[in-house]
Ligand binder design. Structure first.
Ligand code: AMP
Length: 483
């Protein structure tokens, strides 16, 4: 009996698992699957790359098959929410592999793709729907789909969904999902807000933790170069040139920075592409596909675009800019050393980023090996000496928005000032852009934050429908899946 069989999974699934080449369950799968099969709510703390998708995907498929029923038109039996389009598509691809030998239907809906085609898919009824919150709300508004028969709800990468300001979208959606239901919540990190989310969404969840928060996948070799900001591009080029055959993912802080860096690399003959919030979905898909196939060897990305993507051959992750939120370092380096492979994470730290480096080491409780250079004097301190103490006060007066984490939290809070139905009255285009907007908010440097977001109608338009009851999505008089 295989270890997967011992977990109690059905034969159809065992065949799919074998075809995928999974021999033994990963720790999160071993721990989580029995609880999900037993019907418990679950809070899973696991890094990306640990087999999280199968940890919830396999038991969900098992349960749906055991029920032996078909979804009624426009209904959904299991709903999986994910923060980004890439992750949504990736989860859908995995789920399609799990259901290969069954009649179950998997549908993915993300912003940036044709809503009419999505409506057509949903019209026939869906066993497993994977969605980004913005586009799902849009389709719910249009009554293209109803969630009152979804008895399984998964919130994947919940910490990222909160960072992107999706909390109110999640609350709205959760109200429309069937009750009682089973809710599975997965997160790589465990900020206080996730505990709160769990308390409001889950009932006595079992907690499964395979990696303490902040720990990198064990096989990632980490190093750091202390280097002036102006020297980073040259250093990156020489690192990449040393390993022409490898697949390297390079993280930049802003979309403009990512684009500029990609162009510099291409200009010196390195085959590179970029993914960030300014790229259309088609461009992002093309870049990811080319990277996956090895047609391009370097992908320059911002956090929001790269979160959750699973590209098995990534050997190097470069933190060209250190992330402002230390937890994102863990997510970034989790893009390599996936599924047991080895990988390297190389960080570039300028004097202005010394505090970010310290935050990362504090979070991970490690000291990252120094590859070259030494920490310069903190730029903040140097400035303080050179220009007098007024500098920081000046920054504050100019409305500096503080750390990215606080900024992300405030973005969420700002969303909180909107009514629970925020977005309901947005223009079609505004609604379609929701997922992108959340991404763009996160990627922009502070000075861009005050720029107006395109495609949004005035606040009164958003408030216009806020008096409608949250459960207006429920279909009157519907009773069973057979309807
Ligand atoms: P995930 O964390 O779900 O993104 O999975 C990361 C990678 O691990 C994916 O490429 C999966 O196909 C792979 N994977 C998941 N479970 C297993 C397993 N039990 N054995 C081998 N590979 C796995």
């Amino acid at each position: 009996m295989s270890q997967f069989e011992a977990l109690g999974l059905s034969h159809v699934l065992l065949k799919s698992i074998k075809a995928l080449g999974y021999e033994t369950p990963t720790p999160i799968q071993r721990e989580a699957i029995p609880h999900v099969l037993a019907g418990h709510d679950l809070m899973g703390l696991a890094q990306t790359g640990t087999g999280k998708t199968a940890a919830f995907g396999l038991p969900i498929v098992h349960k749906l098959l055991a029920e032996n029923k078909r979804p009624a038109p426009k209904t959904v039996r299991a709903l999986i929410l994910a923060p980004t389009r890439e992750l949504t598509n990736q989860i859908a691809a995995n789920m399609r592999e799990y259901v290969m030998r069954s009649p179950l239907k998997v549908t993915a809906i993300v912003g940036g793709a044709s809503i009419h085609i999505q409506k057509r898919h949903l019209a026939q009824g869906t066993d497993i729907l994977i969605a980004t919150p913005g586009r799902l709300l849009d389709l719910l508004e249009r009554k293209a789909v109803f969630l009152d028969e979804a008895r399984l709800l998964v919130l994947d990468e919940a910490d990222q969904m909160l960072d992107l300001g999706f909390i109110h979208a999640l609350r709205r959606i959760a109200k429309m999902v069937a009750s009682p239901r089973q809710t599975l919540l997965f997160s790589a990190t465990m900020p206080k807000q996730i505990e709160e989310l769990s308390r409001s969404f889950q009932h006595q969840p079992v907690r499964v933790e395979t990696n303490p928060p902040g720990r990198a996948a064990d096989k990632v070799r980490q190093s750091i170069h202390f280097v002036a900001q102006t020297e980073k591009a040259a250093l990156l080029k020489s690192c990449l040139a040393e390993r022409p055959g490898d697949l390297s993912l390079v993280f930049a802080r802003t979309k403009h920075g990512a684009e500029k860096l990609m162009k510099q690399l291409v200009a010196c003959g390195l085959p590179a592409a970029s993914i960030h919030g300014n790229k259309s979905q088609n461009q992002r898909n093309r870049a990811l596909a080319a990277f996956r196939e090895g047609d391009i060897r370097v992908l320059v990305a911002t956090d929001v675009a790269a979160r959750g993507i699973d590209i098995p051959g990534v050997s190097h992750v470069y933190n060209y800019d250190l992330p402002e939120v230390a937890e994102n370092y863990v997510h970034r380096i989790g893009r390599t050393a996936r599924a047991g492979a080895a990988g390297e994470a190389v960080a570039f730290c300028s004097p202005a980023e010394n505090h970010l480096h310290r935050n990362i080491e504090k979070l991970m409780k490690i000291t990252i090996a120094v590859a070259s250079g030494e920490p310069g004097e903190d730029e903040g301190k140097a400035r303080g000496k050179g220009r007098g103490r007024g500098q920081r006060g000046q920054a504050a007066k100019q409305g500096h928005r503080g750390s990215a984490k606080r900024r992300a939290q405030r973005d969420g809070e700002r969303g909180g000032q909107k009514p629970a139905h925020a977005g309901a009255g947005k223009s079609k285009r505004g609604r379609q852009n929701d997922d992108n907007q959340a991404a763009a908010r996160h990627e922009s440097a502070p000075q861009h934050a005050k720029n107006k977001r395109p495609g949004r109608r005035p606040a009164h338009a958003e408030a216009a429908q806020s008096s409608k009851p949250a459960n207006r999505n429920r279909r009157p008089g519907r009773s069973s899946a057979a309807a």
